[in-house]
Every structure is written in structure tokens, then in C-alpha cells.
Design a protein around this ligand. Sequence first.
Ligand code: UD1
Ligand code: MG
Length: 434
Amino acid sequence: MKNISIIILAAGNGTRMKSPKSKVLHTLSGRSMISHIIEKSLQISDDISVVLGYQFDEVSQAINSEFSSINIARQDIKSYPGTAGAVMAARPKFDKTLIICADMPLVKVEELRSIAQANSDITIATFESKDPFGYGRVIKDGNQVVKIVEQKDATPAQKDINLCNAGAYCFNTDLLKSILPQINNQNASNEYYLTDAIEIAIKDGKSVGSVLVDEQNFMGINDKLALSKAEILMQNEIKSNLMKNGIIIRLPDSVFIDSRAKFEGECEIESGCVIKGDCLIKNSIIKSGSVVEYSTIIDSDIGPMAHLRPKSYINSTHIGNFVELKNANLDGVKAGHLSYLGDCQINEGTNVGCGTITCNYDGKSKNKTIIGKNVFIGSDTQLIAPLNIADDTIIAAGSSVTKDSQKGDLIIARAKQSNKSGFFYKFFGIKDEK
Ligand code: UD1
Ligand code: MG
């Protein structure tokens, strides 16, 4: 079923979000609301238009960086504010058009499909809510939907109605085009409401049907409190699916997992971990309090309290506590404690001593450290990049290494120690008790 057009409404300025950023760029489980809704729409339509207005450049750039083949339309928000004004900007090409708000990222593809498959001239999605405040109320005459009244325009009696407009509509496209010019802005917000299309269609003898949908899945995210509630719901779903598919998650409420993260094989995520971005984690354990961002971990263990920053790739490697990696490729390595390994490649059999630092930044540019196989890096070593350490090198503890090594070298780069006999007693003026 792809012969349906979809219009995603995303032009509003999201005033209730109280944010300098467009509402639809706020993220849930690591991805923006607009990305979630586009990804779902792509599963049912080949003709998707996103209507933008507020922060047009930022939002269109975000869409284009992730998706191709999305039509981006610009709402004339000054002349035609409101959800109907947004729809006016789109040019749907199929006979049926599904219109959805961009601020409902929890919606399920199957639910959208069922709205799209209904046969009336207009079908609206509705849900019953114990707390309908903010939603448009669906007014019925018997079983027949007759109109939608917005919160701001509702009479006290209408505010008591629990049946809400979920914000998803399927229109016969020709009918939509003929109704849009009839919608006016005579309401509390002086906006052109798409919801007014219902009353106009009914008066014109058209059929308007409704489908009941799940309130939680259609939750409209208008402020940051709703954003946090939606985040919990989406996280619960992501983690439940992972656990059902064989991933161990200890105390899942304390763990955050990005919707793009992938897991394979036997993996365990301990409490308090954060997995951000499109990570791949395979046959590995991530111990308590670790943060992994946009990285790949295969046959390895990391943490507790390790930080893998973006573009780290580790294979058959042990990363212990308080170790930070960034753009680091480690294969068959042990880095047990307190180290910073950035912009580096470290090869099989190498042991990274406690307190090792790749000094990758010289104040102007980032430089690379390459460390060969079976290198023993003594504790408290600074590797001043760019640097190339050959296989089978031993670096003495406390070294500041600035020069490359040859295979088999011992590097010692630290001040020579000298011991002054009896200095303590002279310095403090005490008698030597020896
Ligand atoms: C809207 C519905 C309401 C419904 C609710 C469901 C209208 C008038 N009201 O209210 O009946 O119960 O969604 O969540 O449709 N937008 C534009 N251009 C605009 C204004 C808004 O594109 O000029 C977009 C927004 O970016 C947003 C969507 O339309 O993605 C809905 O707008 P929003 O302000 O969230 O409407 P609600 O008050 O939630
Ligand atoms: Mg909304």
C-alpha cells in the first residue's frame, strides 16, 4: 500500500516547548521527532511532504541529511497560520492523503495504515482520554462525528468531552483541496484550523468516519514534560524488545538506549549505562555507569564507568574503569584503568598501563598515535602525537614519548632520579634515629 500521499505538519513554532529549537528537532531516544515520523511514513507512502515554516533551514537541513525523496514545502505562516495553512502548502499526488502531526513520534506504523485504509471521504483518529486538556474535542451526534472543537474555543460543556482528536486524518485528496479554501480563521487563535474541515465536509453531505486509536501512541508532544513522558514510553519499548531478543539489561529503568543502537549475540548492559547513536554491540558486556556513543564494540568488555566517544571501534578488547576513548581503533588490547586514548590505533597484544594519555591535540590540530602489536606501555605514559610506536616496544613508566620507536625498543623518557642521602633529617632539623 504505497499509493497514498502523506503530509507531515511540522511548521509550527512550538511555543509551549519554550525552546530556541524547533519542536520537531527535539529528540526521543536519540532521534528527532521529525526523523521518527518520517521513518514510519516511509513504510507506507512513496509521496511524503513535510511542511515547514519556523526554522525552515535548520529543519530542512536535518531532514535532507538523513532522508532523500522527501518533498519539503514551506507554509505561508504569516498569511495562513494554523494546521490548515500548513496543508495548503503541500501538493499531494495520490487520491488519498494521510495528514499527520510531526509531534506524535510514538505512533505505530500499523495504526497509521489502519487510518489510511478506512473508506470514508474523511477519516479521523480519535482516543478517549481521562485528561483531554489541550486536545481538540470530537463532537458526535449519536455515532456520527460532526465537528472538532479546539481547547481554546470549547464551551465548558465541550471541555468535559473525553473523546479527543488524535491529530491524524485520511482525506480524499480532491475533497481536501476543495475544503481548504473554505476554512477561515475566526477562532480564539486566529488560525486556519485543519480540524474545521470536518464540519464543512459534514454540511456538504460527505462521509466522515473515525477510528479509535491508542492514547499513548498518539500522544502529542507540546512541551518538555510530555517529551519526558514520551521518552520513558519509547525507552521501555526499545529495552523490552531487546530483552525479548536475548539482551541482558540490569535494572533497565536506569539504562538509556538509542533507537538506532544494534545488538548482536550475547550482550549484557549493566545499570546506569547510556548507549547513544547508531552503535553496534556484539557479544560484549558494558559494565555499570559506562557511556558509549556512535561506536562499535565486538567481543569486548568495557567499564565500569568507561566513556567511548564517537567513532571508537574495539574488538576483543578490555576497557576498564575511567578509560576514555575517542576515534580509537583497538584490536586485542587491554586498557584497564584511567586513560585517555584519542585519535589512535592500537594493535593486538598491547597493554596500556594506568594513566596513559595520547596527547592528540597540539592546540591547532588533532594528531594520530599508532601503536603496534605486543607493546607494553608503562603507567603514566604520555604519547605525544603524531607518534608511531613499533611492535614489541616497551615504554618505561612515567615516560613522555615524542619520538617513534623501532621494533623491539625500550623507551625511557623521563628525568633521571637522584637520591640525596639523609636529606630529610637535615631539612627538618631532626636527629637521624638510625
Ligand atoms: C492539534 C489539533 C488538535 C489535536 C492535536 C493532537 C489543530 C487545530 N489542532 O493541536 O485538535 O487534538 O493536534 O495532538 O489541528 N503546525 C504547522 N503549522 C502551523 C501550526 C502547527 O505545521 O501553523 C504543525 C505543528 O508543527 C505540529 C502540528 O501541526 O507538528 C500540530 O500543531 P500543534 O500546535 O502541536 O497543535 P495542537 O495544539 O497539539
Ligand atoms: Mg501538538
